[in-house]
Ligand binder design. Structure first.
Ligand code: SF4
Length: 462
């Protein structure tokens, strides 16, 4: 009999990927996904520790689930509650102590054991399980094949964990040291995704360009080698990867941006700050000028490359001069998109104990200034697309009659009046209007010129 699984995912794409794989693991037990917790047999919160007050948000969600669980029990129904992800990893014991109605807590490295955990808790009343080990076995060796994806785009995790220990970040503690999947396993998963209709794959990792998986030739493959191999898969039109560290951007990967036309000309390369003093305090191990030189090299390899980044403002000890250096770096680089946040301490990280914390008022003021500049750059980038022809990969039916929605190479949503048969295909679109968060365009015909060279490699509909 079918059982109902409600999975709520917080945070990044890697958590979204993990959630899909958890559903794959539970499918043999009869679990199928539902979109609300009421009436579910199992609820999993797949948590994220990156955002401020992450743990508090989990506890308040658990409070709501407790009421649903108690309602069900009054009707004679049992609902299991599990907490997964990075908050589970960091606070496993505490969650079981504070929330006695939670049945299972497990970390990001142990969800290949989830079916066994759930089966045991189903079987043995009163049993509560905690599994936040960093096991010796690689979970990917024990996961079932992923079920066929629904859409045109898919995420594919190729590495996890991180050895860089930036002083603000919990990832090395919650996800463990850097681990890369063997290239053959990644290629096989990519081929299955493409066979199921996926046309764009985003390779995921906490520090994805640190990838160093076992190659089928017996050597170690870095990310560039993997990208070149994936680009040979017929039917795969687009490759992206996220998220990267500037120090791990090696020569071959820079060259791949110029040579692999399926590798999209849009790169998320977090810099966090433009101040060398702050970058050193963050343990980023590069300077602002190193980042500028790296961008110059990437743009030399791929002149149409657009950039995205992450910024933290108000890092402990950040002065007005340090913040001005960040604005200068943004002005020098020019970003098509960026994510910016106020620094907030993560328990257990070195920066959380720093004495010179910046006041909230100063953080607010700096964040507003930075976001204004970044927004202006994003708007200017979008306006530059006006009148140009971009290859658009169509992914969804639009909200208006006859409209389909796709993504440009730069991940901008593009709305076009076009037949639904274009879904899953790429076509050249002339950009007719720039809206606040998207573009509107018109089919330009396969013979129209483009302002990039992606079209050559994409499947152009006829
Ligand atoms: S490189 Fe990224 S994942 Fe690794 S410690 Fe730094 S911020 Fe965290």
């Amino acid at each position: 009999m079918d059982k109902k699984l409600y999975l709520k995912t917080y945070g990044c794409q890697m958590n979204a990927y993990d959630s899909m794989r958890m559903a794959d693991v539970l499918a043999p037990l009869g679990y199928r996904m539902v979109d609300a917790p009421a009436g579910a047999d199992l609820v999993i919160l797949n948590t994220c520790h990156i955002r401020e007050k992450a743990a508090e948000k989990v506890y308040s969600e658990l409070g709501r689930l407790r009421l649903i669980k108690e309602d069900g029990e009054r009707l004679g129904r049992r609902m299991l509650i599990a907490v997964a992800g990075c908050v589970a990893q960091a606070q496993g014991e505490e969650i079981l102590g504070r929330a006695p109605y939670v049945d299972i807590v497990f970390g990001p490295q142990t969800y290949h054991r989830l079916a066994d955990m759930v089966a045991r808790v189903e079987r043995e009343a009163g049993v509560r399980l905690l599994d936040t080990e960093f096991p010796a076995e690689d979970k990917f060796d024990f996961l079932p094949e992923e079920r066929a994806p629904q859409g045109v785009t898919a995420f594919l995790t190729i590495q996890e964990g991180c050895d860089r220990f930036c002083t603000f970040c919990v990832v090395p503690y919650t996800r463990g040291g850097e681990q890369s999947r063997p290239a053959a396993a990644v290629v096989a998963e990519a081929e299955r995704l493409v066979a199921a209709g996926v046309r764009e794959i985003t390779l995921l990792g906490q520090n994805v360009n640190a990838y160093h998986g076992a190659g089928p030739d017996g050597g170690e493959w870095r990310l560039a080698a993997l990208v070149r191999r994936l680009a040979r898969i017929d039917g795969l039109a687009r490759i992206r990867y996220t998220t990267s560290h500037p120090r791990d951007m090696d020569d071959d990967l820079i060259a791949a941006h110029g040579e692999v036309t399926k590798l999209m000309p849009f790169l998320h390369l977090p810099v966090q700050s433009g101040s060398d003093r702050v970058l050193a305090a963050m343990n980023r191990r590069h300077s602002a000028d190193d980042y500028r030189r790296l961008i110059d090299r990437l743009r030399a390899a791929r002149p149409d490359l657009a950039l995205s980044s992450d910024f933290i403002v108000g890092f402990p000890g950040e002065s007005d001069k340090d913040f001005a250096a960040t604005l200068a770096l943004v002005n020098d680089t020019g970003f098509a998109q960026a994510f910016s946040f106020k620094y907030s301490p993560r328990p257990g990280t070195p920066a959380a104990d720093a004495v010179k914390q910046v006041s909230e008022a100063v953080k607010d003021e700096r964040l507003a200034g930075l976001q204004q500049l970044l927004r202006a750059q994003q708007d200017a980038f979008n306006r530059r697309q006006l009148g140009s022809v971009l290859p658009v990969l169509f992914q969804d039916i639009g909200r208006h009659d006859g409209q389909v929605v796709g993504r440009s190479p730069y991940l901008q949503p593009v709305h076009v009046l076009a037949p639904a048969r274009l879904l899953g295909k790429s076509a050249p679109v002339r950009i007719a209007e720039v809206l606040s968060n998207s573009l509107r365009g018109e089919l330009a015909g396969a013979t129209a010129g483009t302002n990039g060279h992606n079209l050559v490699e994409e499947t152009v509909c006829t």
